[in-house]
Design a protein around this ligand. Structure first.
Ligand code: ZN
Length: 200
């Protein structure tokens, strides 16, 4: 077995790990792009670089070893670039980790529907619920205004006002005035709505 083979290195690395059992994470960080774990494992950089090693965490030393033949001979930048691409599924996407926590950096992209913010959790179901509640309140306000009332009135106040308005706008009380009838229909519709939401 060649001394620089990944398998050989793995065996040696395991022995090393056992020797320094339970050492608190103070050592070098994993050099896999974007990884924050401890780089407790060494992996040879490749042919011609037998004396140089990457420092990886267990997961990444395994991944590296699996791809050893692929990585061998690549220079440092190429390997890092491959790892970076692997993080994002080898697709172009927004820059990771440069935006605020939980919010992707859109690089100034136009986001009128806040879809990307939504992905980042800023406009979640809670905000949607609030927006729906606002719409309901606006409808409610409109119907209250029809009765000459404002938001915050009680059920009794709505009922009292409705009776007053019915008397006032009833065609019989206005000599059969048609416009009064239209106004009455409006009032009844608004009252019915308010009743349906428990206000009246
Ligand atoms: Zn790692």
């Amino acid at each position: 077995m060649k001394s620089d083979s990944p398998l050989f290195d793995k065996i040696r690395v395991t022995a090393t790990k056992d020797r320094r059992k339970k050492k608190p994470s103070a050592g070098p960080k994993c050099q896999w792009s974007g990884c924050e774990k401890e780089g407790a494992h060494r992996a040879p950089r490749g042919r011609g670089n037998e004396k140089e090693y990457w420092r990886f965490c267990l997961e990444h030393v395994r991944q590296y070893n699996q791809n050893y033949n692929f990585f061998a001979g690549m220079n440092h930048d190429d390997v890092l670039k491959y790892q970076k691409d692997a993080l994002t599924g080898h697709r172009p996407t927004w820059k990771m980790g440069t935006g605020k926590r939980g919010k992707p950096d859109l690089g100034g992209a136009f986001d009128p529907l806040h879809m990307f913010e939504e992905i980042g959790g800023r406009a979640g179901p809670e905000q949607q619920k609030q927006s729906e509640q606002r719409t309901v309140r606006n409808v409610e306000r409109k119907h209250l205004e029809t009765l000459g009332l404002e938001v915050g009135v009680t059920k009794v106040e709505v009922k009292t006002r409705f009776k007053e308005l019915v008397k006032k706008h009833h065609p019989d009380a206005n000599g059969g005035d048609k416009s009064s009838e239209d106004r009455l229909v409006e009032i009844i519709q608004s009252y019915n709505y308010l009743k349906s939401v428990g206000l009246g």
